[in-house]
Design a protein around this ligand. Structure first.
Ligand code: HEM
Length: 324
């Protein structure tokens, strides 16, 4: 069943059906964490929360979160919801069933192709599960397999404490984060409550970057979604997963950046090496703005994990009213 605004349905379920053992729980948000627990949450998550929950903005909130909060009409967005440990466990169990290592790359790619339709202005598109109506676009070839993950997780959640709490858009975001963690990458906490697109409403076409883009075109494309060059370089590290030749296809690490610095595709003696990476990867180390971040992430995997996590939280908030 497709709901015009499943996010709202999810929130009303939160209020009406979910019970929790936390004695000091905010009664308006059963099933979610307390204010005290929220304040103990990780920095990226807190950044999202401070963009939309009525907690006030912390000084640590990034500019995009502050801008989003300022732009949100007051009282219009009920804000991100943090799953309780019980709900998170049910989500993780369903995600683990649906995402073996062999499906991690497609799960992560699905996130970018759902969220990457965002453009500001006009501010439409984004992570809203509309990818299900865009699967026949050439740039989305191979992603039907990814969307089936979302359907399987949704089905598997029936009868669990998490039923109805995560929208399909949330499941897209959660599946990508689960894939990253399963492959040894960072644990990226995510909030729930993303509304989904109206039935049969694809996002505007022509907003995804193409693999033959120059570095300037890539930067302009990511800037139109609100991303800095640093965030673009950090997100591009997602190509460490999958079959593009950046080390183990199911290991999320900083091999992508180390490989970009070696530029194996320039080795004319090794035809296999020329297969490594996409043209859009090859242009990055030749761009003077991108190169310092590539060098940093190649030398410091923790920095990559930290910056990827923050950019991923932002990616999975694109187009969500009041979030980003
Ligand atoms: C910088 C612009 C980007 C371009 C032009 C681009 C384009 C592509 C292309 C053409 C593929 C190959 C698809 C295939 O094998 O059929 C691919 C794979 C992939 N992309 Fe991107 N991508 C970009 C950024 C991103 C971002 C930001 C993410 C996620 C945060 C991402 C995640 C992935 C993943 C995980 C794969 C491997 C999929 C697999 O092997 O199944 N990409 N990308």
């Amino acid at each position: 069943m497709i709901k015009a605004k499943a996010g709202h349905q999810g929130r009303s379920n939160l209020r009406g059906e979910q019970h929790t053992s936390h004695a000091d729980q905010d009664p308006k948000l059963p099933g979610s964490l307390t204010r005290r627990e929220l304040l103990g949450a990780s920095a990226p998550l807190l950044a999202v929360l401070t963009g939309a929950l009525p907690l006030g903005l912390s000084a640590a909130a990034p500019p995009w979160a502050r801008a989003a909060a300022a732009a949100a009409p007051s009282g219009s967005a009920s804000g991100p919801i943090i799953p309780s440990p019980e709900v998170k466990a049910a989500l993780d169990k369903a995600l683990a069933r649906a995402i073996p290592k062999a499906k991690t790359a497609v799960a992560l790619r699905l996130v970018f192709h759902d969220a990457g339709t965002f453009s500001s202005p006009p501010g439409d598109g984004g992570l809203n599960a509309s990818i299900q109506y865009e699967l026949d676009r050439p740039e989305n070839r191979g992603l039907k397999r990814g969307w089936r993950i979302v359907e399987q997780v949704r089905d598997d959640l029936r009868g669990t404490t998490a039923e109805g709490l995560a929208t399909d858009a949330d499941l897209v975001a959660l599946a990508g984060a689960f894939a990253v963690r399963l492959c040894g990458g960072p644990d990226i906490p995510l909030a729930l409550g993303r509304p989904v697109a109206a039935a049969a409403s694809p996002d505007p076409p022509g907003r995804m970057p193409a693999e033959d883009f120059t570095a300037a075109q890539l930067k302009a494309n990511f800037a139109s979604k609100g991303f800095s060059v640093q965030e673009m370089v950090a997100l591009s590290g997602a190509h460490t997963l999958g079959s593009k030749g950046f080390g183990d296809p199911t290991r999320f690490d900083n091999e992508y950046y180390q490989s970009l610095l070696r530029r194996p595709w320039t080795n004319k003696d090794d035809p296999m090496a020329s297969m490594i990476g996409l043209p859009s990867d090859h242009v990055l180390p030749d761009d003077p703005e991108c190169l310092p971040y590539i060098q940093q992430y190649a030398a410091d995997q923790e920095a990559f994990f930290r910056d990827f996590s923050a950019a991923y939280v932002k990616l999975t908030s694109l187009g969500v009213p009041g979030w980003a």
